[in-house]
Every structure is written in C-alpha cells, then in structure tokens.
Design a binder for this molecule. Structure first.
Ligand code: ATR
Length: 281
C-alpha cells in the first residue's frame, strides 16, 4: 500500500485536542500501539481554547504535528475545518481524526463508529446481522455510530430520544426502511442490543425508558466508560440484560482505526484494552 501521507519522511508527532483533555487515554493508547511496531513517535494531549480551535490546530500543524485526534467539544468544528472528508466523517457530520497532508491540506475522518462495530462484532463476538438494536439518544454520539451500525445489517434499528423530533430527524436522514426514530414513551418490546448514546452516564443519571427494552440475556452497551460500572450498566443488568459493557473497548478500537489511517498498520487492541482495564482496578 502506498504511504498516503508520506510520514516516513516527516517526524512522527501526533496530538489529541479537547477541552478538557488532561485525562485522555489516547497518548497511552497510541504509545502502546507504536511500541507494537517499533515505531518512535510523540503523542501529546493539548487543551485548546474553545474559541480558538482552528488557531490551535494550525499552530500544531505549523509546529510539525502530522495527525490529530479530536475529542469533546471539537468534533463538529474539526468537521468544518477539514478540507477533504471521508464518507464516514460526512455521515457522522463530525471528525475525530485529522491528518495533515504533505501539501498542507487537512483531511478529516471519523473512526468512532468503526471502533464501536469492531468492539461489538470482534471483541464481544456479537454480530449485529439480524439483531433488534436500540440506540438511546439522538445527539452527536448517536449520529456518529448510526451508519456503521447499519452497515452491519441489523434486522431493525430503533433510535429513541427524550426529544422525539431529533430521533425522527436522525432516522429520516439515515434513509433506510429498517430505521425508526421515536420518543422514549413509544418504545415497545425488547432488544437484543441496547446502546446508551445519551449523556446521562456522565452525571450518574438514566434515560427515562422502561426496563422492558432489555431482552433477557441480551447485551447492553454504554458509549461512556468509567472505572466503575456506569449507572446504565447496573440498571441494564438488574433489568435482565445478560451482559453490560462500557465504551472502553470502543475507545481503544477507534484509536486503532486512527492509527491505521496514519500508519497503515493495524495494532493488536486486546492487550491495550486489558492494560487500561487493569489500570482501573
Ligand atoms: P453527544 O455529542 O454526547 O451526543 P449531545 O449532542 O448534546 O451530546 O446529545 C446528548 C444526548 O443525550 C441527546 O440525545 C439528549 O437528549 P435530548 O435530545 O432530548 O436533549 C440526551 N440526554 C441528555 N440528558 C438526558 C436525560 N437526562 N435523559 C435522557 N436523555 C438525555
């Protein structure tokens, strides 16, 4: 494969930008991936002023950084800044991976959905084909995972949101017969997989939906992660789900996808997920 970005001839400097970003695990993850291949790189966490995102990115580019991961709250700003976009970034309307091309142009990609899919289908051995899938939430996080989830051909995919109109709009945008957008109160039946894409876990809250959504023995997936099981995970298990996981696997998998974008090499994610999980204990 050709080295798209011709990184061999440039120094390997990378960064993750966010606000706040000090607790980001991305530097550890990318360092661990690089070690697997004997690659020497630097990867730093950079807190950017929300009113000067573009300036901050341009400053890093001028300083020789060649790839940037973008986290909250800058994924939409990165989408607007990128001069070329991958299909998956366009679908997500958000960018989490920027690459500075040798000609100075900025390309944008989004690896979040692919990361979730790999975690579900490979790490958790839960192929989505034929499943009933529920996404709770219709904000940026839900939009980012929608198209990749659909590509795995679930039987049906329901988006339920506190504000029903946002769920309907997102479903309309997806433009697939298997997708439906509804209010929490309209939910009926049980789902093989329930994904929490609301921001409720950040505050220890729960989306206001009935526990009937969890199929007995089904899978519950919280996009958020923490050193303890999240409120959503605990609730899912007490409601009958067979297994509840947080988004740590997705975090490492999206990083691996970004690593692939920059280095055209696919790291082994399992030891890195295990190492981060052990660090929580
Ligand atoms: P993100 O980028 O994390 O998705 P967002 O775009 O602000 O952030 O979306 C937050 C999501 O969490 C939305 O789906 C929001 O529901 P609304 O569209 O009704 O605002 C959902 N959310 C936030 N707090 C919630 C709560 N207490 N109960 C249920 N859903 C909640």
């Amino acid at each position: 494969m050709t080295d798209l970005f011709d990184f061999e001839r440039r120094s390997l400097r990378f960064a993750v930008v966010g606000h706040p970003v000090a607790h980001s695990k991305s530097p550890r993850i990318h360092d661990a991936f690089a070690r697997q291949f004997g690659i020497t790189l630097t990867y730093e966490a950079v807190d950017l002023d929300p009113i000067a995102f573009e300036q901050g990115v341009r400053h890093l580019q001028a300083g020789g950084v060649i790839g940037i991961n973008v986290t909250i709250p800058f994924k939409q700003a990165a989408y607007r800044l990128a001069e070329t976009l991958s299909d998956r970034a366009r679908a997500a309307q958000a960018v989490n991976t920027l690459a500075f091309l040798p000609d100075g142009k900025i390309s944008g990609d989004n690896t979040d959905g692919a990361g979730l899919l790999r975690d579900l289908e490979i790490n958790l051995a839960s192929p989505l084909r034929g499943m009933r899938v529920l996404i709770l939430g219709a904000g940026g996080a839900a939009r980012g995972i929608l198209k990749p989830l659909l590509s795995a051909q679930p039987n049906d995919l329901v988006i339920a949101n506190r504000t029903a109109s946002r769920a309907r709009d997102l479903a309309d945008e997806a433009g697939a017969d298997s997708v439906q957008g509804i209010a929490f109160g309209e939910l009926s039946g049980a789902f093989d997989l329930v994904i929490n894409a609301t921001s409720t876990s950040l505050t220890g809250g729960l989306p206001d939906v009935g526990e009937h959504v969890f199929k007995l023995g089904g899978l519950a997936y919280d996009l958020a992660y923490a050193d303890q099981p999240t409120s959503f995970m605990r609730w899912a298990i007490s409601s009958g789900a067979g297994k509840a996981v947080d988004g740590l696997g997705m975090l490492v998998e999206q990083a691996a996808e970004s690593f692939f974008v920059w280095h055209q090499k696919r790291p082994d994610t399992r030891p890195v997920i295990d190492e981060l999980r052990a660090g929580f204990r």
